[in-house]
Design a protein around this ligand. Structure first.
Ligand code: F6P
Length: 324
């Protein structure tokens, strides 16, 4: 049966979102459905900022970072009036199903719309990999590789000057980017929300290793542990004072969100986009596409939002053991 499907991206953009938009659009068109692209996430939906997407409208975007549909974090959508406006615009455009690409906040919006009768399917897209129901989110692989590339560059200069680099990475309140790049770069440690840490203990480790002949160090700081009195700058100064090793702080920031998606992010985005349309086509609604044990699965939105996310404690322990 013919169906009109809306698609939007919401929350922080992530490399690979475009690949997902392409996959959703073309999988839907291949089944004879009409696709409406909604610009700037739920805010665009409230404002009726939408247009029909044909197969050619999603050409040449696979390799591009960002999202061709733009994105936003809409405060208005969290209000009853905003939600009702959004629903009216969906009805006016004849959109009965909606594919949303984003994080937990995006799914909460989808849940609200599903209570109003809209068939919603969520695809996980965020660099943070912090969506509880899935092992992987679109953009995570590219972001961690971007951060790693920056760390490799910092290593050249810190090695030449015998310094310690204190490098702050994104991830909101999750340490998944942090722990992976810390392991991949051979950092002395990674400060994360998930695991208690003692900065004095880290300084002692630096002093011991310096005495044993090590000349340069990296410490990864996840943005979730940083606050006004505990900034990366402060941590670098503290380490320098305690250890005598000249230290510099670098905040990688939004550069981690940009860039051409890796092959892995593109392929996963493609699979997830196709899967989302299969779900709708088979009559499923209010589902989140997720990865479990490396396989695509789907959960009810309510269930997905109430799950607990794991953290790679083992990797964290191993990276500390290997940094001697
Ligand atoms: O969720 C993605 C993310 O980049 C987080 O890592 C970071 O905390 C946040 O978004 C930054 O948000 P904004 O782009 O609004 O500054």
């Amino acid at each position: 049966m013919a169906m009109t499907i809306g698609i939007l991206t919401s929350g922080g953009d992530a490399p690979g979102m475009n690949a997902a938009i392409r996959a959703v659009t073309r999988s839907a068109i291949a089944r004879g459905y009409k696709v409406i692209g909604i610009r700037r996430g739920y805010q665009g939906l409230i404002e009726g900022d939408m247009y029909e997407l044909g197969a050619r409208d999603v050409s040449d975007i696979l390799h591009r970072g960002g999202t061709m549909l733009y994105t936003a974090r809409s405060k208005e959508f969290t209000t009853t009036a905003g939600l009702e406006k959004a629903k009216r615009n969906l009805d006016n455009a004849g959109i009965e199903a909606l594919v949303v690409i984003g994080g937990d906040g995006t799914y909460r919006g989808a849940l609200d719309l599903s209570h109003m009768g809209v068939k919603c399917v969520g695809i996980p897209g965020t660099i943070d990999n912090d969506i509880v129901c899935t092992e992987y989110t679109i953009g995570f692989d590219t972001a961690q590789n971007t951060a790693l590339e920056m760390l490799d560059k910092l290593k050249d200069t810190e090695m030449s000057h015998h310094r310690c680099s204190v490098v702050e990475v994104m991830g909101r309140n999750a340490g998944h980017i942090g722990v992976n790049v810390a392991a991949a770069t051979g950092a002395i440690d990674c400060l994360t929300v998930e695991r208690p840490f003692d900065i004095d203990e880290i300084c002692e480790k630096i002093i011991d290793q310096k005495e044993a002949g090590k000349t340069h160090f990296e410490l990864i700081v996840c943005e979730g542990v940083v606050h006004d009195d505990f900034t990366s700058e402060y941590i670098a100064e503290y380490i320098e004072k305690k250890t005598g090793v000249t230290s510099r702080a670098t905040v990688l920031g939004h550069v981690q969100r940009g860039g051409s998606p890796t092959c892995y992010d593109r392929v996963m985005a493609l699979k997830m986009g196709y899967y989302a349309i299969e779900l709708l086509s088979n009559g499923y609604k209010n589902r989140i596409v997720a990865v479990k044990n490396n396989k695509l699965v789907d959960y009810d939105i309510d269930e997905a939002l109430s799950m607990q996310k794991g953290y790679d404690e083992k990797l964290h322990s191993v990276l500390r053991i290997l940094s001697i």
